[in-house]
Design a protein around this ligand. Structure first.
Ligand code: ZN
Ligand code: ZN
Length: 461
């Protein structure tokens, strides 16, 4: 049963001492879904449409259609009923188990990324249907703990070691409880279900180990030196050194620091920070052959990624990688994503202007020719904009060296990126934390490694 007196996440404070509820956007306006299909399990639910009689449903097929700023709903091929919004509310306690909850068809995963696809997923808790400008919005209102079990299995595969999943769970819980990043303002949910916030795919991938990781860390969060919950970030692979939030989002976050992702005392510690002088050595030096960096292939073999990474990821070597593109492909992505490059005709040069402590480019100059054949320049001011502009499918990371092959007239033909890591690199390194878990290191030590300035503490029972 939905716990109606639980505090919502927006009013939750460390002092509340209770598990909050959270509203997650499952289908967003941008997904442009005019019709949705939901199937309820063999459990009692109530379907409540404002202004309509409440109806008990069980093992029912519900079809929802966007219509004139309201939602038309039909149950089991019955008649269509109109309401400004609808809530589908479970009437009994729901277990946190594989495949439990109501089934929602065709939910978008990997929104805006090259791996975008649609999947069917089961969700426990309340489902709320609302109209928006382009399509229907589906919100899942759920207690925090079942939500977290769905996050850790969507973010990483269910075969991951327990201690790693526990660490991931604490970080995901902390990030949500801190709720400091402004996202989805004005929308009827707190966070979405995708990489823009954190990935959540309901109960379909839940495994015993993921449930054990959630229950085993119930209510545990990272606190900063002031006792506030840390806005703890994570990304797939730091590449050897983690990044500071100042260089990713331009803000200081208490409790986040830059760390070398290797055991103490190793040769890797000379790379903090990864400055311009050591960048080539960091990217390609002989040290990589035998490194003990936790996210390197020496600790987590790329052939094992398929077992450990979530089901919507590609498998490759994310620690060090090379990508080669034709200039024409980059011209297209710059036209699409860099509107400030006015009258852009073709790329002439790419120059990294500054790097963060992990070697990630945080400012990059795009030099180009306009339609009059004049040289012009624009500067991309963040790692996100750089990754978006330089690759049609979003570059793995901005910790890159760029090589440009030119024809006899000096016109760029091919562009190669040699890069390190995957993601923004701030906070927990997921592949590195997985590597630590595979090495037998417990979750408290994993968290202390990535967040040395924090304390692990229980914030609700
Ligand atoms: Zn989001
Ligand atoms: Zn790492």
């Amino acid at each position: 049963m939905a716990n109606l007196d639980a505090p919502d996440i927006r009013s939750w404070r460390t002092t509340t001492g209770r598990e909050p509820t959270v509203r997650i956007g499952i289908v967003l306006d941008a997904d442009d879904m005019k019709v949705l299909h939901i199937e309820t399990p063999d459990e009692p639910y109530e379907l409540r449409g404002r202004g309509c009689p409440t109806r008990a449903v069980r093992r029912s097929r519900i079809e929802a259609r966007l219509s004139d700023n309201s939602v038309l709903v039909r149950v089991d091929n019955g008649t269509l009923e109109r309401a400004p919004f609808w809530r589908l509310v479970p009437q009994a306690d729901q277990p946190v188990e594989h495949g439990c909850g109501a089934l929602v068809r065709d939910v978008v995963a990997g929104r805006g990324f090259h791996w975008r696809k649609t999947i069917d997923q089961h969700l426990t808790g309340v489902l709320e249907l609302r109209p928006a400008r382009h399509g229907l919005v589906l919100v899942n209102e759920t207690s925090l703990e079942p939500y977290l079990a769905g996050v850790i299995t969507a973010e990483m595969g269910a075969e991951c070691p327990l201690e790693f999943l526990k660490a991931q769970c604490v970080v995901a819980r902390s990030w949500l409880l801190a709720l400091t990043e402004k996202m989805h303002d004005g929308e009827p949910f707190d966070r979405c279900n995708d990489d823009c916030c954190q990935r959540y795919q309901g109960t379909d991938e839940l495994s015993d180990v993921a449930i054990a990781a959630t229950t085993g860390t119930r209510g545990m969060a990272l606190l900063d030196s002031q006792g506030k919950v840390v806005d703890a970030n994570y990304s797939k692979s730091c590449g050897g050194v983690s990044e500071l939030p100042e260089h990713v989002w331009g803000v200081h976050k208490p409790g986040l620091s830059a760390v070398v992702d290797a055991p103490p005392g190793g040769v890797e510690h000379r790379f903090n920070p990864v400055t311009g002088d050591v960048f080539d050595e960091y990217l390609n030096g002989a040290w990589i052959e035998s490194t003990k960096v936790y996210c390197s292939p020496n600790v987590v073999a790329p052939k094992d990624f398929a077992r450990y990474l979530g089901r919507v990821d590609e498998t490759d070597d994310y620690f060090r990688w090379t990508i080669r593109l034709a200039r024409s492909e980059i011209d297209e992505t710059i036209k699409a994503h860099v509107p400030e490059a006015e009258d852009f005709v073709r790329l002439h040069d790419l120059r990294v202007a500054s790097r963060g402590v992990s070697g990630r480019a945080i400012s990059l100059v795009v030099a180009y020719l306009d339609s009059a054949g004049q040289h012009r320049e624009v500067t991309l001011p963040s790692e996100y904009r750089i990754r978006q502009a330089l690759h049609p499918g979003f570059l793995f990371s901005s910790a890159i060296a760029i090589e440009i092959e030119r024809d006899a007239a000096g016109v760029p033909e091919q562009i190669s990126y040699r890069g390190a890591g995957w993601g923004h690199g701030a906070g927990l390194c997921q592949i590195g934390a997985l590597g630590m878990g595979l090495c037998g290191i417990d979750h408290a030590a994993i968290l202390k490694h990535y967040f040395p300035e924090t304390q692990l503490s229980r914030v609700y029972p």
